[in-house]
Design a protein around this ligand. Structure first.
Ligand code: HSE
Length: 435
């Protein structure tokens, strides 16, 4: 049988890894796919640099349109990132009847509905295992392995850079800036590291996981996003004292009124599996009604781990390209005509527990009044500690609440911050029991 011809757009970290893995495991991959998979054309910005890796035989273009319009190419692998040129190229490839493999979570989180609709109409596949959690086959697991389940929630550490930063800050007591510089040197961070630090990268990935979990359109614009840049090291230490660790979590949860879709730092019990996912590793915990909890752990970034997912998609496409498009696994796990319009909940409608820290004047009646404000807002206190502040007439208070409605917590915080004896803003960090 003829080999599958692949056109590669981009030869950066993931593109280079894909080239290397395909070359090194050529035989093994073709035994699995049933055909050879060959990169026959590449488009890159720096042609001379690409030549060094590819050798003299593979045509290299500076113009990516030449690749997506090449009639000999069966599959276009999009690894250039961004969501402008990549969108244009992916839609052009689909129009030309080519299958697409992409690692581009930003592209799919924003334009997935348009891209998947175009692909379904043209009868081609758009595979994106590498877009979520790098080398972990989480898309395959959720879309196929868990297909019997009604998924209840998904909670994941899906950004390696922030997990690396939080782990190093906690274990080595280093500052945020020092650890960020290290993460960038190690190649974990996005080109624009604010995407990592501010939770945007995790929200792109979570958006895709939510669609696959619940059969809803991709709705990145409705995700609540809070990063780690405002996290104080004293809260990281305090969380540890209380038996928790702070992780940047992506959480999507089915509730009677709609779906929660949120990325933010969260205290998780120190003994939970997710709390022990350290460094740049990723992990996704999925709760299905039949299977219970299942955990997927591995490298969420890097050259060959991400290439592992790109190549797995290439093999999947190679195996399925001759099949009837209607009998392939749907892009978002559910049949396109069976997608649900369940709304995404506003952050005010989210229900979770909270860690609240504030500094107060150390005088009679303070605790009673704070407890009353929380009680008036329907917030039940789970536990509370008081510790001395550097100023002798003040004290730091930490409350851990039971589950409460976020809107009520926000209102209580506004009232509490206005009290005369309160001497700081209230630090509010959500808590997840993951039970
Ligand atoms: N910058 C991402 C991370 C890797 O830190 O996890 C690719 O998604």
């Amino acid at each position: 049988m003829d080999s599958i011809k692949v056109g590669l757009l981009g030869l950066g970290v993931v593109g280079g890894g894909t080239w290397k893995v395909l070359a090194r495991n050529r035989q093994e991959i073709s035994r699995r796919a049933g055909r050879n998979i060959e990169v026959t054309r590449v488009a890159v910005r720096d042609v001379a640099k690409a030549r060094k890796l590819l050798g003299p035989d593979v045509p290299v273009d500076a113009n990516p349109h030449a690749v997506v319009n090449d009639p000999t190419i069966d599959i276009v692998v999009e690894l250039i990132g961004g969501d402008t040129l990549s969108r244009e190229l992916v839609l052009e490839a689909i129009k030309n009847g080519k299958h697409v493999v992409t690692a581009n979570k930003a592209l799919l989180a924003k334009h997935g509905d348009e891209i998947f609709a175009a692909a379904s109409q043209r009868g081609v596949m758009v595979a994106f295992e590498a877009a979520v959690a790098g080398g972990i086959p989480i898309i395959k697991a959720m879309r196929e392995g868990l297909t019997a389940n009604r998924i209840e929630w998904v909670a994941g550490i899906i950004n390696g850079t922030t997990n690396f930063i939080l782990s190093e800050m906690r274990s080595r007591g280093l500052s945020f800036d020092t650890v960020l510089a290290e993460a960038q040197k190690l190649g974990y961070a996005e080109a624009d590291p604010t995407f990592d630090i501010e939770g945007v990268d995790a929200a792109h990935k979570l958006t895709l996981l939510a669609s696959i979990a619940f059969g809803i359109p991709v709705q990145f614009d409705k995700a609540y996003i809070e990063g780690i840049s405002k996290l104080a090291s004293e809260d990281i230490k305090m969380a540890e004292r209380l038996g928790y660790r702070i992780k940047l979590l992506g959480i999507t949860k089915r509730r009677p009124q709609g779906i929660e879709l949120r990325v933010h730092p969260a205290l998780v019990p120190a003994k939970s599996l997710l709390a022990n996912v350290e460094g740049a590793m990723n992990a996704v915990l999925v709760k299905g009604d039949a299977v219970g909890q299942s955990l997927y752990y591995g490298k969420g970034a890097g050259e060959e781990p991400t290439a592992s997912s790109v190549v797995a998609d290439l093999v999947d496409v190679a195996r399925l390209m001759t099949s009837d498009p209607e009998h392939r696994v749907p892009h978002l796990a559910f049949q396109p005509d069976a997608m649900s319009d369940t709304p995404i909940l506003d952050i005010g409608d989210v229900v979770t527990s909270y860690y609240l820290r504030l500094t107060v004047a150390d005088q009679p009646g303070v605790l009673a009044e704070l407890a009353k404000h929380l009680a008036d807002a329907g917030i039940s206190i789970g536990s509370m500690i008081q510790q001395p502040n550097d100023a002798s007439d003040m004290a730091d208070l930490i409350f851990l609440t039971h589950e409460a409605l976020e809107r009520n917590v926000a209102q209580a915080i506004t009232k509490i911050e206005a009290l005369p004896f309160v001497r700081s803003r209230v630090t509010r960090i959500r808590m997840e029991s993951l039970a």
